[in-house]
Design a protein around this ligand. Structure first.
Ligand SMILES: NC(=O)c1ccc[n+]([C@@H]2O[C@H](COP(=O)([O-])OP(=O)(O)OC[C@H]3O[C@@H](n4cnc5c(N)ncnc54)[C@H](OP(=O)(O)O)[C@@H]3O)[C@@H](O)[C@H]2O)c1
Length: 274
């Protein structure tokens, strides 16, 4: 972002864990920010040291983020209440947009902890932010300005694809779908990788083939308007090898297991309340 004044326009990240670090890597990779424009705070000193290696500014307390124009809250949902108490004090000037990625923490919950007038954007991203391939949605509260929404859009589209939603309840659905989603694909990839290695492929080759196949299938689905059933049929010709595999996948109820699993994740997101 051009012309950012460190004192006035720094982007702060609180929590440099799996997601905070992924989002930072994605923003630096896509040159959304210069490292000098970002500051990070994490309770864990080793995480702060790790963040420092990227060239960004590390701070030793939340209070040092008082001049940030935007603060990304990237701590676990259970840690949000304690963090919010301290964050509230530095938001008093009303100049900071709070962007929360905490699963299950509703905007109304954040408003009651941070102050009803706080500008808030709630986001559900995913871990692929680190490589600029996140799938995110975001919902703005009534206080968020057009500039805040433009900032969130630029940030999230810089680390993948992002969609603005009006209905906050849909964030829980997205949490179980694309928030948790990379793990579902990694699960399938792990199984395929195992088959490849067991069947004689060198481990690096098996991993590369599985990863590229997942990436290729995703790219193809994103570029195509065909139904998934039809995409499956493009690969599974009658009497062929894929059809043989799909018979087992169907017989073992894999589709319903995935539907039940993602539904359970969505229900868990709905129940979360800290
Ligand atoms: N992981 C995902 O794939 C994913 C996807 C979508 C959304 N999210 C959301 O992203 C958020 C972060 O998840 P994560 O997986 O990145 O968690 P994580 O790896 O545990 O990272 C959170 C970091 O924040 C630190 N922390 C806790 N309280 C803090 C405080 N008051 N001030 C500063 N730092 C603090 C933690 O330190 P300690 O370990 O010392 O407590 C930890 O280093 C969660 O709310 C989650 O719902 C995660």
């Amino acid at each position: 972002m051009e012309g950012i004044d460190m004192q006035k326009d720094a982007f702060g990240i609180i929590g440099y864990g799996k997601m905070g670090s992924s989002i930072l890597k994605g923003t630096l990779k896509s040159a959304l920010f210069d490292p000098s424009e970002v500051m990070v705070y994490d309770l864990d000193p080793s995480r702060r040291t790790e963040a420092a290696a990227t060239g960004i500014k590390i701070v030793n307390s939340i209070e040092e983020m008082a001049n940030c124009s935007q603060i990304l809250v990237a701590v676990k949902p259970k840690d949000v209440p304690a963090l919010a108490e301290r964050l509230k004090a530095i938001l008093s000037k009303g100049r900071t947009l709070v962007i929360s990625i905490a699963a299950g923490i509703k905007i109304s919950n954040l408003e009651s902890r941070l102050g009803e007038g706080t500008r808030i954007i709630r986001v559900m991203p995913n871990i692929a932010a680190a490589v600029g391939e996140a799938a995110s949605v975001y919902v703005a509260n009534r206080n968020a300005t057009k500039q805040d929404i433009a900032f969130a859009s630029k940030l999230l589209n810089g680390i993948g694809v992002a969609y603005q939603l009006e209905d906050e309840t849909l964030i829980d659905t997205v949490t179980g779908l694309s928030g948790s989603g990379p793990a579902y694909f990694f699960y399938i990839m792990r199984a395929l990788d195992e088959v490849g290695r067991r069947s004689g492929l060198p481990a690096p080759l098996a991993r590369s083939l599985v990863s590229q196949t997942c990436k290729g299938a995703g790219a193809l689905a994103a570029a195509s308007s065909e139904e998934f059933d039809r995409l499956i049929r493009f690969v599974a010709s009658p009497g062929g090898t894929t059809e043989e595999a799909l018979k087992i996948i169907d017989a073992k109820g894999v589709s319903s297991a995935i539907i039940d699993a993602a539904t359970a994740a969505i229900e868990k997101a709905k129940r979360m309340n800290y």
